[in-house]
Structure formats: structure tokens, C-alpha cells
Design a protein around this ligand. Structure first.
Ligand code: PEP
Length: 250
């Protein structure tokens, strides 16, 4: 049985004071969650979130990581730097990074390897654009993105990775994949992992859905057998909404 994992992606939102307030509230409201709970926050909020989450079941995540260990990469953060701040998870290859910051499948792979080597759990985002779905390329695209991201990792390392299937047309738009669409495409991703790395790895790796997941649609999505959690943008910014998503089975 895979333990579900629900992660908030705060994107470029919240000051340290706001971050502290939100996490202190969540520490109370999600303490009985049956899933792993993560908040992926701007680096300026690492210290505030770490302090507010102390003693709770809320884990700290980052939103990106550089693949080099150190050096002349102005503005970037290495995996060891994240780790030293108490970060445990890191989002890699989010569609906004692919769209606005030149992220490619190759750099997603480099970042994933750096994260894993440092002992971070990568949350690797894959997903198709609207026109790619309409043209019938969803399956081939998510298979390629996933396998490229995992290339060079060992089977044991892959078991510990989290994949987030995020149809780009559903992110921040209020449009959600139907329960069946999300389940089917996540099944395609799992099958691709099975073909390359075997059934045990495929059955172990956790694959989230992301894309306008919210208190209203979470139950239906989480009832699908392939869906092991969610990556939540907008609905992770308010304590009542994120609580309702995380506590979907209560
Ligand atoms: C995301 O940022 O990964 C995301 C899924 O955003 P939203 O929930 O707002 O669609």
C-alpha cells in the first residue's frame, strides 16, 4: 500500500510572517492526517516554516534546486544548501519553470539526480499542454518526461521519488482533469515505470495529481486507485482549504 502524499506549492507567495501564521494554523488542523503533508515554500520562508512546523507532521519542501554542488550560479540554491535548512522535499520541473525559466527534460534529470544524492525527495512534475492532449500526445509525452527525469537513478532511488502528474491546462485555471482522465494518465506513467524498472518499483512509487485540486474535487480524485495524493497550488494558500484537502478522508 502506498501512503498518500499531499503537498502545497505556495509558488511566489507569502512573507515569513504570513508563512508562520499559516503553518501554525495547519499544525493543529492537519495533525491527524493519514497522508504525508508537505509545504513547498519560497526559500525566504524556510526558517519561519521550519520553526512553525516543529513537532508537527508538516514537512518542509522547496520549489526548485540547482544541479551543481556549488559555484558561480548567481541566484541559485544547491541541494546541500536546501538540506542544511531542513528541507526534505523539492519540486522539480514544475510547468511554470518549464514555461518561464527554460527548464528542460535534461535539466529536470540533472536536478533530480542532485536532489536524490543529497537525500532530498524530488517531486517531479510532468504533464501535457492542452493542444498536446487534443492531438493525442498525452501518453507519449508523460512517459518520455517521466523516464527522462528518472534516467540514471537506481531502482531503490526511484521507489522513493514522487511524481506529480499535472496537466498544464489544469494548473491555476480552475479546470480539473476528470477523475478518470487523471487516473488513466497516472496509470500510463506507472506502466512506463513498470516496463523499464519492473513491477515492484512501479507499485511503490507515489504519483500525485495536480491541477486545480481543491476541497470540492479532492474526494473523487483520491478515490481513484492510481492517484497517490496531490500537488496543490491555489488551495494550499489558505488554512481551511488546504486542511480540507489534506483531511479528505475524514
Ligand atoms: C501547482 O502549482 O502545481 C498547481 C497544481 O496549482 P493549482 O492547484 O493552483 O492549479
Amino acid at each position: 500500500m502506498r501512503k498518500p502524499i499531499i503537498a502545497g506549492n505556495w509558488k511566489m507567495n507569502k512573507t515569513p510572517a504570513e508563512a508562520k501564521e499559516l503553518v501554525l494554523a495547519l499544525a493543529e488542523t492537519v495533525k491527524d492526517a493519514d497522508c504525508d503533508v508537505v509545504v513547498c515554500v519560497p526559500a525566504t520562508n524556510f526558517a519561519a516554516v521550519k520553526e512553525a512546523a516543529e513537532g508537527s507532521n508538516i514537512k518542509l519542501g522547496a520549489q526548485n534546486v540547482h544541479f551543481a554542488a556549488s559555484g558561480a550560479y548567481t541566484g541559485e540554491l544547491s541541494a546541500d544548501m536546501l538540506k542544511a535548512c531542513g528541507v526534505e522535499y523539492v519540486v522539480i520541473g514544475h510547468s511554470e519553470r518549464r514555461q518561464y525559466f527554460g527548464e528542460t527534460d535534461k535539466t529536470v534529470n540533472l536536478r533530480t539526480k542532485a536532489a536524490v544524492a543529497a537525500g532530498l525527495v524530488p517531486i517531479i512534475c510532468v504533464g501535457e499542454m492542452k493542444d498536446e492532449r487534443e492531438a493525442g500526445y498525452t501518453d507519449i509525452l508523460v512517459e518520455y518526461q517521466t523516464l527522462m527525469a528518472l534516467h540514471g537513478l537506481t531502482e531503490d532511488e526511484i521507489k522513493n521519488v514522487v511524481i506529480a502528474y499535472e496537466p498544464v491546462w489544469a494548473i491555476g485555471t480552475g479546470l480539473t482533469a476528470t477523475d478518470e482522465q487523471a487516473n488513466e494518465t497516472i496509470g500510463v506513467i506507472r506502466k512506463a515505470i513498470e516496463r523499464k524498472y519492473g513491477k515492484e518499483v512501479a507499485d511503490t512509487v507515489r504519483i500525485q495529481y495536480g491541477g486545480s485540486m481543491n476541497p470540492k474535487n479532492v474526494k473523487g480524485l483520491m478515490a481513484q486507485p492510481e492517484i497517490d495524493g496531490g500537488l496543490i497550488g491555489g488551495a494550499s494558500l489558505k488554512a481551511p482549504d488546504f486542511t480540507a484537502v489534506v483531511m479528505y478522508n475524514k
